[in-house]
Write a protein that binds this ligand. Structure first.
Ligand code: 0A1
Ligand code: ZN
Length: 858
């Protein structure tokens, strides 16, 4: 267990470490219960450093011996690390420690997953391997020797000498300890080769458990595509002779960019048409790219301290988003990213866990690998690119890489290269990094018969610790449309900098130039989701219908359709009269339009999430009632099926993808549309078509779509059993089986379903994917999670506590299910508060979960 009263760490307290590590040599003698790690650090004082005690981080280590310059010493040891007296000049520090990887269920440091040794050192896991200055601004070249009878022994960098039972690795690129990795076990490689554009031959290998070799082809293709893309788009080449990726089943996150040895959650590597869905394929492609891109944005240029996390994460997410846009459909990807921001980041930004993209304090850094740091961080990078333009963007990135290669830097360093390249002052823009909360841009319009005047007013609500907000630089893309549907003003980016700004457009002249009559135009606001803000300019049903039919910006078309759906669902959920005529007409027109991409149609066909409706109601001061929201969605789906049934049937049939499964975006889009149509059609036929499709499903995408459609109409018991019988042996497919039942359970049955699955022989608290498939899915079933019986709250609370004793990081992440508690009516607030209080009062709570619950209650 961690500290009882842990301290806050503040950005303002940063000081550099007084020493430099010129070389790190490590030897591992692996054993599940008693691994011996010997370390030899070559150190010298950092020039100009003030005298300070020599402290090395270390947690849960048994120190066996320590030596300075070869002479035994007895450091003073605390649960956080060791301190000892050291010489004034250069010296070596050696230590031998013992650790127990098999007992490590927290999955931080060195642990075991199905008999394979693996590491996870970001953010502060290396200190569970040996004593070290475990901070990202201490960089060193690493030499590693592994002794073990495991057949495969891997670490970072290039391979050195090896023999039976041992192997050596040398990483020439200085790196912080968080990028260290070691893997050992019975693994098989699927290999390929990549030649960089300057001619370096790189051996690529994906290491998996025996039997999984035939599920690596997609990950390898994605890796090669990423390597090529980074050369073409950013001029960045790979810099070692070898690039290894290892898939492990037990992993707290998605994947990790350790230098030359990426370690992945197996769910983000392994794919075959039989076992993985189209979304899995897309995710794998983007996460492989994300980790690969970190080689430059994160590894070659790293972060000075953990407050700068967005420096590597925001930028790398932005780069992986660009990669997906280039390989797939840019508008569809933009809609996905904007939906994620609105669904998850706006929710975080509007609740008790809100924090800036660059936080200013933390108790446990693992709690800040958030949607805000990653996704809002990427949006901030995207806004920067939009503001400086493509050309300056590339020159700025080049300068960043040239200037800071091998360094650990800050957001100030990052912004200053763009200031230099553009001669533009980015001081105000920097507020995006320091101010939490989702900005609102309210837009009012004035029409005088010839001119349209738009007035923009920006504000950012108070967030924890930040009562007052200053205006931001907001690149706000707009367009104007003539009532005939013609575009009068093509996409134009307005830079909003003051609290209130006004722009006047000569609509008469714009119309005349196109040979059109003068008429009041319709404004299309925040095109392409150009800024991560809430636009406060309620659109009428007519305006939404018009934009859905005519806007040239695909994001706005989708957004207008979403607004129509949201209005209908909010009315239904609050018992108001709902008129869905315009919405249904708009849907029909989209489905009938042969020019539209099927993937886009599938996005338009999806209803807003229950959480979206809950938040919309809460914003209007109406406490949301999750059961009513569920009922509103069910009614609406029935109505869509009744009204558009024939069209949906035609859409479904026309979206067939005959022939062998291909994971490309066009095929996946057709399957997405077929699946969305099937779900709605099942409401008319009681699941008959879905049952037939399930029986004949040629791949996992269609099998799961059919099963999901069946479960959502209360059918599918036989199919669930058949699915289990077929896939029992396959952990990744079984995660889908666990998750789907909980997500699709009726509200009154969700908690009982989850409880039953926790009792299933294949359930385990030690594999995060499995825990998330039940617990995460329960939180995702909003009407089930918030059922008035409180059964889900109880189960979830028990689950968090059970998990916390084994894996604090994953428990802390799952606890965010409660972050919205203040949006509900008083009785439900009290019910959730009671559970949060119970968690907070639990003796021995981890620092991770303790901090989260404290902030949520705070
Ligand atoms: N840097 C990784 C994410 C990551 C972060 C923390 C982890 O364990 C605590 C694991 C992975 C990425 O952005 O992909
Ligand atoms: Zn990352």
């Amino acid at each position: 267990m961690k500290d009882a009263a842990p301290a806050q760490i503040h950005l303002r307290d940063y000081t550099p470490w007084p020493w430099e590590v010129t070389r790190t040599e490590l030897t591992f003698r692996l054993d599940p219960d008693a691994t011996r790690v010997t370390s030899r650090l070559s150190l010298r004082p950092r020039p100009g450093a003030a005298p300070a005690p020599f402290f090395l981080h270390g947690e849960e280590l048994a120190l066996l011996s320590a030596r300075i310059d070869g002479i035994p010493v007895s450091p003073s040891v605390t649960p956080e690390g060791l301190t000892c007296a050291v010489p004034d000049g250069p010296f070596t520090f050696e230590a031998e420690v013992e650790i127990a990887p098999a007992a490590n269920t927290a999955l931080e440091g060195l642990y075991m997953s199905n008999g394979v040794y693996a590491t996870q050192c970001e953010a502060e896991g290396f200190r569970r391997i040996t004593y070290y200055p475990d901070r990202p601004d201490v960089l060193a070249p690493f030499d590693v020797r592994i002794e073990s009878d495991a057949p495969v022994l891997l670490s970072n960098g290039n391979p050195g000498a090896s023999g039976p039972g041992w192997a050596e690795w040398h990483d020439p690129w200085p790196k912080p300890a968080y990028l260290f990795a070691l893997v050992a076990g019975d693994l098989r490689a699927v290999r390929d080769r990549f030649t960089t554009r300057s001619g370096r031959a790189v051996d690529l290998a994906i290491w998996v458990r025996p039997g999984d070799e035939d599920r690596c082809a997609w990950a390898l293709e994605s890796l090669k595509a990423s390597m090529r893309w980074d050369e073409e788009r950013y001029g960045r080449e790979y810099d070692l002779d070898i690039f290894n990726i290892v898939a492990v089943d037990d992993f707290n996150a998605g994947a990790m960019e350790n230098k030359g040895l990426n370690i992945f959650n197996s769910a983000l590597v392994l794919a075959s048409p039989d076992t993985a869905t189209d979304s899995d394929y897309e995710r794998i492609e983007s996460v492989i790219a994300h980790e690969y891109f970190h080689n430059w944005t994160g590894n070659r240029v790293t972060c000075r301290d953990w407050f700068q996390l967005c420096l590597k994460e925001g930028l790398t997410v932005f780069r992986d988003q660009e990669f997906t846009k280039d390989l797939r459909s840019a508008p569809v990807k933009r809609i996905e990213d904007a939906s994620l921001m609105r669904a998850r980041q706006f929710r975080e930004d509007g609740g008790p866990l809100a924090h800036p993209v660059r936080p200013e304090s933390f108790v446990e850094i693992n709690n800040f690998y958030t949607i805000t740091v990653y996704e809002k961080g990427a949006e901030v990078v995207g806004m920067l690119k939009r503001l400086v333009g493509d050309d300056a963007w590339r020159r700025g990135c080049d300068l960043h890489f040239d200037r800071h290669d091998g360094q650990a830097v800050t957001i100030e360093d990052w912004l200053s290269v763009f200031e230099e390249v553009t001669a533009r002052d980015l001081a105000q823009f920097k507020r995006w990094y320091s101010q939490a909360g989702t900005p609102r841009v309210s837009v009012s319009e004035e029409w005088d018969g010839t001119h349209l005047t738009l007035t923009f007013r920006q504000s950012t609500p108070p967030t924890p610790g930040q009562p007052e907000k200053a205006p931001l630089v907001i690149p706000f893309a707009i367009g104007l449309l003539h009532p005939s549907g013609a575009e009068l003003l093509p996409t134009t980016v307005i830079e909003l900098t003051a609290t209130t700004e006004t722009r006047r457009f000569d609509a008469a002249a714009l119309a005349a130039a196109k040979g059109l009559d003068t008429a009041r135009p319709v404004a299309s606001l925040n095109r392409d989701f150009s800024a991560p803000v809430i636009v406060d300019r309620p659109r009428t049903t007519e305006e939404n219908a018009f934009l859905l039919a005519h806007d040239t910006d695909p994001f706005l078309r989708w957004d207008a359709g979403r607004d129509l759906a949201r209005a209908v669902l909010c009315d239904r959920a609050t018992g108001a009269a709902a008129d869905d005529g315009a919405y249904l007409d708009g849907l029909a027109a989209v489905l009938e339009d042969p020019a539209l991409d099927p993937a886009f149609k599938a996005q338009v066909l999806a209803l807003p999430s229950e959480d979206d409706i809950a938040q919309t109601l809460a914003d209007r001061g109406l406490p949301p009632e999750p059961l009513e929201i569920r009922a509103a969605g069910e009614t609406q789906r029935d109505r869509i099926a009744a009204r558009l049934g024939d069209l949906l049937a035609r859409t479904h049939d026309a979206s067939a993808t005959p022939g062998p499964y291909r994971p490309d975006a066009a095929s996946a889009g057709r399957r997405a549309l077929a699946g969305a149509s099937l779900a709605l059609l099942s409401r008319r036929d009681g699941g008959a078509l879905a049952r037939a499709e399930f029986a004949a499903a040629p791949d996992m995408t269609r099998s799961l779509a059919a099963l999901s459609a069946l479960l959502s109409v209360g059918a599918g018991a036989a199919e669930l059993a058949a699915f289990e019988a077929r896939w029992r042996h396959d952990r990744l497919v079984m995660d889908k089986w666990f998750a789907l039942q909980v997500v699709r359970a009726a509200p009154a049955e969700a908690a009982a379903t989850a409880r039953r699955l926790i009792g299933h022989p294949l359930f385990t608290w030690t594999t995060p994917n499995r825990v998330r498939s039940v617990m995460g899915s329960l939180a995702g079933n909003a009407a089930g999670f918030h059922h008035p019986s409180g059964a889900a709250y109880d189960l979830y609370t028990e689950g968090l506590l059970t998990l916390d004793a084994r894996n604090p990081q994953t428990a802390a992440r799952l606890s965010t299910a409660f972050e919205t508690w203040r949006r509900y009516a008083p009785d439900r607030q009290a019910a959730i508060r009671h559970r949060l209080d119970r968690i907070a009062a639990t003796p021995g709570l981890s620092r991770d979960l303790g901090e989260m619950v404290g902030r949520m209650l705070g």
